[in-house]
Design a binder for this molecule. Structure first.
Ligand code: ZN
Ligand code: ZN
Length: 370
């Protein structure tokens, strides 16, 4: 190959010169476990306040381990000896379990936390949720959705780094594999970019609700629970299919923004609630999604919500004794869901449909569109 080509931009799209990128890639040392661990560590060290764009002067220097599922109320009620059950989809966890995910005991100080708020704003913004009785007013319902969204954005931005790691995974491989792996990395990267584009838009809309306290731009469907739920969650997703397996939104590379739904399950004073929230502008798919759920009876809804949480959020936490009380085939149905929606596996279209298991995790006493 002439000097000419060596100095041209590399075919992989990295923007580097070929000689600094894929020249001799096949003879480079492949990624080691140490590289992965180091990467994982670096990724986990990200610290930023999610509202520094709104109140830059008031941010404290100290970024804390913010809980998405309230520690004082919720997780404590769920925990046993300071532990809850959760999945830890970290690279090192993957390596340890040969690419499988299982539920493990996690200390509540580590469960559901993210370094996405400074100490001032974590306290100030979420005080109506943390310091006042839960009455499910507009402000509290909004804040639940807002906090889950900030976590999701925080993690998506972390994922941006994963594509860079994937671009290194072809070291030491032949040219054919190099092209295949770079193609995969590009697709993943474009997917993350598209998601970030949507999430940044959602954030700006949610920020304006936070600032103006105008709650007419967001809707909620609230399931009140008469007992402490056995699982708790805080997340948001693109509803891809409804609870009867009908497709709603197809994930892929598309120009227009998806409709998103937030969901939270918390407990307080011996009872709890499961709340779906969405911007009114996302009503088209979200209301269909909710309508399909409401076609089920309350017992079926409770089990459907468990299937939904484990298929769609790794930020789902469970009571250890509840988990232990499940028979092994119920546990397996949950474990299989943990990998759905990761880069390893898409969501099967029927993943929200009845799987024949009764989980007994939620007792619905009242339901209401807000
Ligand atoms: Zn290259
Ligand atoms: Zn701050």
């Amino acid at each position: 190959m002439g000097n000419n080509n060596r100095n041209k931009p590399c075919w992989c799209g990295s923007g580097k010169k070929f000689k600094k990128c894929h020249l001799n890639r096949d003879s480079q040392d492949s990624l080691t476990r140490g590289d992965l661990e180091q990467y994982s560590k670096k990724q986990n060290s990200k610290k930023v306040c999610s509202v520094s764009n709104l109140f830059p002067d008031k941010c404290s220097k100290k970024i804390i381990n913010a809980h998405t599922v309230s520690k004082s109320g919720s997780l404590k009620e769920l925990s046993e000896k300071g532990h809850v059950m959760g999945a830890k989809p970290s690279l090192s966890g993957f390596i340890k379990n040969n690419g499988k995910l299982t539920l493990e005991k996690v200390g509540i100080n580590r469960a559901s936390t993210f370094t996405g708020f400074c100490s001032v704003h974590d306290k100030e913004i979420f005080s109506p949720l943390e310091d006042e009785p839960i009455v499910l007013n507009d402000q509290q319902l909004f804040l639940l959705a807002y906090r889950g969204m900030c976590r999701e954005i925080f993690h998506k931005e972390q994922n941006k780094g994963t594509a860079n790691l994937m671009r290194e995974a072809d070291r030491g491989q032949d040219e054919f594999l190099q092209h295949a792996l770079q193609g995969q990395a590009s697709l993943y990267d474009q997917g993350v970019d598209l998601a970030l584009r949507d999430l940044q838009y959602l954030k700006s809309e949610m920020d304006s609700i936070l600032l103006d306290q105008d709650y007419s731009k967001i809707r909620h469907y609230v399931f009140e629970l008469s007992e402490v739920p056995k699982i708790q969650v805080s997340a948001m997703v693109v509803p891809e299919m409804d609870f009867h397996g009908n497709p709603l939104q197809k994930l892929g590379l598309q120009q227009y923004k998806y409709d998103y739904i937030f969901f939270n399950c918390i407990s307080y004073e011996g009872r709890g609630c499961f709340v779906f929230s969405w911007l009114t502008e996302d009503d088209k798919h979200c209301s269909k999604f909710i309508a399909s759920l409401l076609e089920l009876d309350d017992h079926e809804i409770a089990d459907a919500l468990v299937r939904f949480c484990y298929s769609f959020s790794e930020n789902t936490w469970a009571s250890p004794s509840w988990w232990d009380s499940l028979d092994s085939s119920s546990q397996q149905s949950i474990t299989e869901r943990l990998l759905q929606g990761t880069p390893m596996a898409a969501h099967p279209e029927d993943c929200l449909m009845d799987d024949g298991h009764s989980y007994g995790a939620l007792k619905i006493s009242k339901k209401e569109l807000r």
